[in-house]
Design a protein around this ligand. Structure first.
Ligand code: UD1
Length: 419
């Protein structure tokens, strides 16, 4: 298993090209199941999760060719309706094939994803939404067996603006009979991106980016060329890398409007963030201040930035509180940050951070993708050598993270102690 070795305590300085968004690319890849015509996706990051999504498309009957960040999906053999446990357990977002499969075939057999390091993460909102569209659901041998005579448009009020449920239902609604209205829909930029792609395939959609999305089902969808939006979480992680190392980074190919809240709190903390041609420059110019945050659905502070924020707050003198409201168990990184010497107290959904301790390098283990990012940030700030184990979590969602950091002067390398 690969690991990162980091010698921390260096300012990082340079230019980073931000990749396409993983969380936008995944539903867009699965949306290609809705058509037999060729689709081309550009700006798709090269990540382990994307590899799994492509494997799943092939298992389901698509042909996929890939050239760097461009993926072309064409009709393969006839579609099959089964998403196997081997792939779904490796990536929960695989459940997003259910909507398109139901829409195309009237049936789907998708493995239940099982537990997850950051919480129970059920898919009941997805399933209840499908039921409203006329789908019968059974759980059999660990699989969701879903089927219907024809998908009918419906008014679906989600109990919570779930990103995945909104995406799954939007894809099902694209080929359903009549109109579907999703109330309390998620508003994340990734939803808007998927909606733009579906519109490009001929689906009339209103209300993208609002909490009420109306989709008018059509009988067939055409192929599409679609460019995936920049990764806002990678962007935010590198902004924090500049802050935590007292560095100076210019990030290219970003869309700052997608991370308003993160930019606002970083500015409030004292980081200089200025738009420059083709990107944004983040520069440490003065001592940063601790700032409380509470994660929330978009446009609030993203839960996918919470771990990185705690890493930053650990090195800034003063006390602050970080509240996690989206997932019930998303503080596994805190135990590892203790090993660096961070002073953090957990109290239910709150992490109280007494920042300003000098972190010292150590060996730590990533428990999930964003927790791994927080440990890399702590390693960059810490004095001495750190080893981050289980970087396969990072490879799921950060394209060439260590290469991008090294180009900016970080002392980080990937090693594989087994070989
Ligand atoms: C997506 C993102 C993930 C991000 C999360 C929240 C992808 C591939 N992943 O995950 O990186 O952290 O949004 O921004 O885009 N819930 C239920 N029942 C459901 C669905 C969700 O109880 O049927 C709960 C979840 O357990 C969680 C909350 O709702 O507590 C939010 O989940 P959701 O928005 O669905 O997240 P994902 O789509 O899984």
């Amino acid at each position: 298993m690969d690991q990162f070795e980091i010698v921390g305590g260096r300012k990082i300085k340079g230019t980073v090209k931000i990749s396409g968004s993983k969380n936008a690319a995944l539903p867009c890849l699965f949306a290609t199941l809705l058509t037999d015509e060729p689709c081309q996706l550009d700006h798709v990051p090269q990540l382990d999760d994307i590899d799994i999504a492509i494997k799943l498309l092939v298992v389901l009957g698509k042909q996929v060719t890939r050239d760097r960040d461009q993926v072309v999906i064409t009709h393969g053999t006839n579609l099959t309706g089964k998403a196997p446990y081997e792939l779904v357990r490796r990536m929960r977002a695989s459940v997003l094939v259910m909507g398109p499969l139901l829409a195309r075939m009237g049936r789907a057999r998708v493995s239940l994803p099982g537990g997850c390091a950051i919480g129970a993460r059920p898919i009941n909102y997805h399933l209840e939404g499908f039921k409203r569209m006329g789908v019968k659901i059974e759980i059999e041998e660990g699989y969701v067996k879903a089927g219907c005579d024809s998908l009918k448009g419906a008014v679906i009020s989600l109990p919570y603006p779930s990103v995945g449920a909104t995406e799954n239902l939007m894809m099902a609604a694209a080929l359903a009979k009549g109109e579907t209205v999703i109330q309390k829909a998620a508003r994340e930029p990734e939803i808007v991106d998927l909606g733009r792609m579906l519109m490009g395939m001929g689906v009339p959609i209103e209300g993208l980016g609002s909490s009420r999305i109306k989709i008018t089902g059509v009988s067939t969808l055409s192929g599409v060329n679609h460019r995936v939006i920049p990764d806002r979480i990678e962007t935010g992680t590198f902004l924090i890398a500049a802050a935590v190392t007292k560095g100076d980074l210019t990030l290219k190919g970003v869309d700052l409007s997608h991370l308003d809240d993160v930019v606002q709190v970083l500015r409030k903390s004292g980081l200089s963030i200025k738009e420059v041609e083709g990107g944004v420059r983040a520069r440490w110019v003065k001592k940063l201040k601790p700032i409380d945050v509470a994660t929330a659905v978009y446009p609030g502070f993203p839960t996918d930035m919470q771990a990185q924020w705690i890493a930053l707050m650990s090195v800034i003198p003063g006390r602050c509180r970080v509240r996690e409201t989206v997932f019930e168990n998303r503080f596994l990184h805190v135990q590892e940050l203790f090993r660096f010497g961070a002073d953090i107290h957990l109290d239910g959904r709150d992490a109280i951070i007494h920042g300003g301790t000098h972190l010292s390098g150590c060996s730590v283990m990533a428990s999930d993708l964003r927790a791994g990012a927080a440990l890399v940030l702590a390693g960059l700030a810490a004095k001495g050598k750190s080893t981050i184990l289980r970087v396969y979590h990072l490879d799921r969602g950060y394209e060439q993270m260590e290469v991008k950091l090294r180009k900016c002067g970080a002392q980080i390398r990937r090693t594989n102690p087994v070989k």
